[in-house]
Design a protein around this ligand. Structure first.
Ligand code: GLV
Length: 305
């Protein structure tokens, strides 16, 4: 019985060491050096090469290294259970990223950094509070909401199906999107990538914003139509945007987003699963698989999250 680590370009050896520290008896194979594919029953994956999961006839469980499972829902062989990893630090990191992005925009931090580079003393007015709308009310969305609660923001939430959450007005489904977008000062996207969310943020969507809003996009790149984002910025529908995820990653050097004065770019690192927590979560599910117990963070492949 073997556990495969398939995460091209990432530190598979480091993770294998952490897993070995939890259980020295684990049989771990790291892609591409998988010598006994027939023994692999559990695969930990991040952006696995196309078709690779078909090489393991005994595969039972695939676990994503992160919260997102896009790319895996389509690749998973029939009958294999798909899980994701939402570690405690993934939630606190996302909470902090969103708060940082909001406060940096409110306090005009970028403008002051530019002033400093010019040796220019220019006190600036700043915003306070405001209406914050969170799209995606799963574990990350709820962690962000809990972090913002009590800090002077009015919270709204939008999800596919109805969710009732404390201290937040909630909306759901396409028919309530317009009401959700009507009065936002900040719009945060933490949605999973599904057929319903692909291309969601397009010009029609931005036209529904009731007032100029600041977008924080930490969901998945293909949810945002980048050309429509630029038009929304030009038309004043958006005050600015902080983007962590992109249609094509790494963002190509030719992308006009790099140079946009009102776009802040971070390279898909808003929140990152810590190696220690990842090893713990994987080991937990690996043991559960071996003992026939319920796995944590099982994904519904139909819903895509
Ligand atoms: C990061 O993008 C994740 O899915 O955890």
């Amino acid at each position: 019985m073997s556990l495969a680590i398939i995460m091209p370009g990432r530190n598979g050896e480091g993770l294998a060491e952490r897993l070995k520290a939890l259980d020295g008896g684990l049989d771990i194979q790291i892609w591409p050096d998988i010598e006994r594919p027939e023994a692999v029953e559990f695969a930990l994956c991040w952006q696995p090469p196309q078709g690779v999961l078909g090489d393991f006839p005994a595969l039972k469980v695939v676990q994503s290294l992160g919260a997102g499972v896009d790319g895996l829902t389509e690749a998973i062989p029939l009958g294999v259970t798909l899980c994701r990893t939402v570690s405690p630090s993934l939630k606190t990191d996302m909470r902090d990223y969103v708060l940082l992005a909001i406060l940096a925009e409110q306090r005009q931090w970028d403008a002051m950094a530019a002033d400093q580079a010019q040796g220019h003393w220019q006190p600036r007015h700043y915003r306070r509070g405001g209406v914050v709308g969170i799209m995606g009310l799963g574990e990350l969305g709820q962690a962000v909401a809990a972090g913002l609660a009590g800090l002077g923001f009015q919270l709204k939430g939008w999800s596919r199906t109805l969710k009732r959450l404390p201290a937040m007005e909630t909306f759901h489904g396409p028919e309530q999107l317009e009401d959700f977008l009507a009065d936002l000062d900040y719009l945060i996207c933490l949605l999973p990538l599904t057929d319903q969310t692909r291309g969601l943020m397009d010009s029609g969507f931005f036209a529904k914003l009731g007032k100029p809003c600041y977008l924080i996009q930490a969901g998945r790149g293909p949810q945002l139509v980048e050309a429509d984002l630029r038009s929304a910025l030009d038309q004043g529908l958006l005050r600015g945007a902080c983007l962590d995820v992109f249609d094509v990653e790494p963002l190509p050097p030719s992308s006009p987003l790099w140079q946009h004065p009102r776009v802040r770019i971070t390279p898909h690192c808003a929140s990152v699963t810590s190696g220690k927590e990842l090893a713990k979560a994987v080991y937990h599910n690996y043991l559960a698989m071996c003992q026939g117990l319920a796995l944590d963070q099982v994904v519904d492949p139909e819903q895509g999250y």
